[in-house]
Design a protein around this ligand. Sequence first.
Ligand code: CO
Length: 426
Amino acid sequence: MDKQVKELVTFLNAAHSVYHATALLVKELENAGYTRLEEGESWSLIAGGKYYLTRGGTALISFRVPQGKPAGFMFSASHSDRPTFKVKENGEMTGAYTRLATEKYGGMIMATWLDRPLSIAGRALVETEKGIESRLVDIDRDLLLIPNVAIHMNRTVNDGYKWNPAVDLLPLMGGKNAKGKLDKLLSKAAGGKVLGHDLYLYVRQKASVWGVDNEFISAPALDDLECAWCCTQGYLNAEETDSIPVLCVFDSEEVGSASLQGAASRLLESAVSRICQALSLDKKIMLSHSFMVSADNAHAVHPNHPEYADALNAPVAGGGVVLKFNANQRYCTDGASAAIFRSICQKAGVPVQTYCNRADLPGGSTLGNISLSQVSVLTADIGLAQFAMHSSYETAGVKDVKYLSDAMAVYYSSRLQITHDRYELK
Ligand code: CO
């Protein structure tokens, strides 16, 4: 297996929650010598400095200061969260068995969560002598399962079934005497008294590379951890220019981005202002020579249902990075940002595919236009083509991992100058 794909598989197999995914990306940055900044302290930045900050343990921003006078930002944004189920407060329900009370987080394909081993990961807030500490928690064993009803009792299940998350999707944890055991498991995993938590279900199935020529990769949360990973690799492998490369990974995309850690928050705007202030740069001039790559996975034309794809803009898994277009700005790629991104991919030797919704199907949305409302720069919405978006186990094309990593390395090695409708990439 290709080294890049192997590393992605290792990442996916450990990224059991939005907290774990973010912590793993932070580790990549720390291994590469990046210094943590605190939002609650003043920043003194030096030429050649490499920095990152996090918010809430689920949003990440990293940037590098070039040696020369900076001329513009090169941003990318992806998301760390995925559709899943969140464990409720007072989460144990007893009867003939003990089940967990959960609620939906985001819009998942519900049937894909049944009849497979599940576990719990996230964070716990633990009481310590120095205050309340946030700690990663991962039960990391087959702990739960949501059993289907037998076909004999639900004869029409194959005619389409409407799942009720309050009834059909509560995971089984143990026998009738298991009440109280979740708290014990939690405090043991967290190493102290738990005062609060954000815990999510995850499927235990490992990532797999498969197909007659190993063309496909399947894993939980490919949307959008695949883009988050490839953008991070491209960011770390880029050469220095006189622009400021900025890597953003936001939380809450699956629930509309409106949170303290989401793309609709002031996090990026605040970071940009503080960078400009610390380096004595004119923010407005800087932003007018900046670019945003909003990277969130795209729909591949489905092998059994090609009719859902636009006839002329139907990307295939493994066929290259996808530029996404939508006339109503659900994707904010326009002619100029498409031309700039195409020219970057050309330089990287990476094929580009295009995606448009069928004109009679609404399609999804992503972070690009939301982040744009906070930091307004020319933006291209891109992604990697995948099947079964929001299934608990998604599938994409293996070749695209290298394509996006390579494209982002060239992107982050570039600077952009925009003068009166002329776009110069250096
Ligand atoms: Co997504």
